[in-house]
Unconditional design. Structure first.
Length: 169
């Protein structure tokens, strides 16, 4: 299976004329798209974790707490208090961790791979705020890309399901 890029999968041409593809090719396309969605989801989860940690660091600084208090609070910070969507509306990933390293168009993936967390006490308040803003923008971009990938996956799965329904087996 030849690897496809995110841009290729999100281009209209990728899902154009699905009826002309074989079942095997549609299955391959769906697997490739799911692999990309896993990578995007993974980056998004990393970005969300960093957003939570950097936000907690801002709170710690404004309250005058110690770095030790921040470290002690990491389990609660990373557990989050967001409500999750019901299981009936959630997508269960086939693969939980990405196979490859997705390179983002503008290099923002470095925000989740750099040494910012290791150097947190050394960051100025301005650098901390700027990094947090960039991470939030990146997370929003990743969320939008995930929604687009889900649309592609849905199109491929609809085509495959329609064929199975039409098959006299």
């Amino acid at each position: 299976m030849a690897p496809v890029t995110l841009d290729e999968v999100l281009a209209d041409a990728f899902t154009a004329d699905l009826a002309e593809h074989s079942d095997d090719r549609l299955t391959e396309m769906a697997e490739q798209t799911r692999a990309l969605e896993t990578e995007v989801s993974y980056l998004r989860r990393l970005a969300q974790g960093r957003i939570d940690i950097l936000g907690a660091e801002q709170d710690r600084r404004s309250a005058g707490g110690s770095i030790g208090e921040l470290i002690a609070a990491l389990p609660q910070i990373l557990a989050g208090n967001e409500t999750r969507p019901p299981v009936t509306t959630s997508r269960v990933p086939v693969q939980l961790a990405p196979e490859g390293d997705l390179t983002w168009r503008d290099g923002l993936e470095t925000l989740v791979a750099d040494d910012t967390l290791a150097n947190l006490p050394l960051l100025t308040d301005a650098d901390l705020a700027a990094t947090l803003d960039r991470l939030r923008e990146f997370e929003q971009e990743l969320s939008g890309t995930r929604r687009q990938l889900h649309g592609v996956i849905d199109s491929l799965e609809r085509e495959l399901a329609g064929r199975q329904q039409a098959s006299p087996d």
